[in-house]
Design a protein around this ligand. Structure first.
Ligand code: NDP
Ligand code: PYC
Length: 343
């Protein structure tokens, strides 16, 4: 959903470095350390470049109002603990999850390459972004990566009456021999919360089966979902089970909050979920036998042979390629607001 490029004639195109620099200025201007600003800006600019609009510059006001409310610490220094041969833990210190991942990254890779597998458990963290930027770089280094993060209560477990789970995405990345890494990144809700907000803003109806209103009745109206309604898991009981798994891995295992466990009501403006994130890294070279990347390439080849035209990740890679040659398209009005925020 909502991953088309702006259609208005009033569109400007920026390079990745230019957009990232602008976003970095905004974050710094609104109270983050320059390191946090650099990491969040890079993440957000890459999402915009890839047409992941629900987690691109659309998110900037949410980041800034969370920072202004005092809910999240933009200056936090993550604390990395080397717990076991295959286990790294990070206390994000009420800061963002991406700087916590960055702080643990090298140690995590070292452990995965040595033991064949390593787990990273981030807690006390705020993740407000797409998850694919966290996993894709590992696949470019020949590793398989799986990550989950829980968010905020807005999804009704299958068969229940009230919301409990977050939109709880799962992202996976694997290297392949002759192409871009295989990457998927999906919310376990029928639709990401960000896409509901975008639809509400545009005055569009949602497809059926995405959510319910405050009375628990099915609705296609995004405003009704946002005003006391809730989302449904994708795929009924199956998506609901995956969402439950995300709560267990991202929160119970890391020591972070479940999606229902934090109370941001005393921080008006807070939007960033204060939860946890789990990453599992596997070094496929430890498996011996045929090269994993050749095997994954063979799987892709066979998928195409049976008629598959689009792999998960293809849309993003195409948008990326287009942005590389033409620049990242941004509505002029949106860019003007961003430039004002950077002043
Ligand atoms: P989508 O439903 O748009 O896409 C999910 C995955 O399916 C993507 O990998 C996508 O590839 C792939 N895909 C989509 N259509 C097809 C198709 N026709 N054939 C093959 N593959 C396809 O994503 P969601 O709306 O579920 O999630 C959007 C974003 O929201 C994610 O980045 C997620 O991490 C983020 N999110 C973040 C949360 C947080 O707490 N931080 C919470 C919830 C969501 P492609 O990318 O190429 O389109
Ligand atoms: O789009 O569901 C979402 C989301 C929640 C937190 C960040 N993004």
């Amino acid at each position: 959903m909502s991953q088309s490029t702006p259609v208005s004639a009033e569109v400007e195109h920026l390079g990745l470095a230019e957009l990232s620099h602008l976003l970095q200025q905004i974050f710094e201007r609104h109270g983050t350390s320059s390191e946090v600003a650099r990491i969040l800006a890079d993440n957000c600019a890459r999402a915009q470049r890839d047409g992941s609009h629900s987690h691109g510059v659309f998110r900037i006001p949410g980041y800034l109002s969370s920072l202004a409310s005092g809910w999240v610490d933009g200056q936090a220094q993550p604390i990395v603990e080397d717990l076991a041969s295959g286990f790294v833990r990070v206390d994000a210190a009420n800061g963002f999850a991406q700087p916590a991942l960055a702080a643990a990254r090298e140690l995590l890779i070292e452990k995965a390459r040595s033991a064949g597998i390593a787990v990273l458990a981030i807690r006390n963290s705020h993740h407000f972004a797409a998850l694919w930027p966290d996993v894709e770089p590992f696949a470019r280094q020949g590793l398989v990566a799986l990550s989950v993060v829980n968010s905020m209560t807005c999804v009704v477990p299958h068969g229940a009456q009230r919301p409990l789970f977050g939109t709880n995405p799962i992202a996976f990345a694997a290297p392949r021999a002759d192409g871009e890494p295989i990457v998927f990144d999906l919310a376990t809700s029928a639709i990401a919360h960000g896409d509901v907000q975008i639809a509400a803003r545009k005055g569009e109806q949602l497809p059926p089966g995405m959510g319910v209103d405050s009375q628990g009745q099915p609705t296609r109206d995004p405003q009704a979902i946002l005003a006391g309604g809730a989302l449904l898991p994708f795929g009924g009981h199956k998506g609901s089970a995956l969402s439950m798994m995300v709560e267990l891995l991202a929160a119970a295992l890391t020591g972070g909050n479940f999606s229902f466990e934090f109370d941001w009501s005393k921080h008006p403006g807070a939007q960033t979920p204060w939860t946890g994130q789990l990453m599992i890294l596997i070094d496929p070279s430890k498996a011996g036998g045929n090269s994993f990347a050749s095997r994954s390439e063979e799987l892709v080849r066979q998928m195409h042979a049976v008629g598959l035209e689009r792999m998960p990740g293809d849309r993003r890679y195409q948008a990326r390629e287009k942005s590389r040659s033409a620049g990242i398209p941004l509505a002029a009005a949106e860019l003007k607001k961003l430039r004002e925020l950077a002043q």
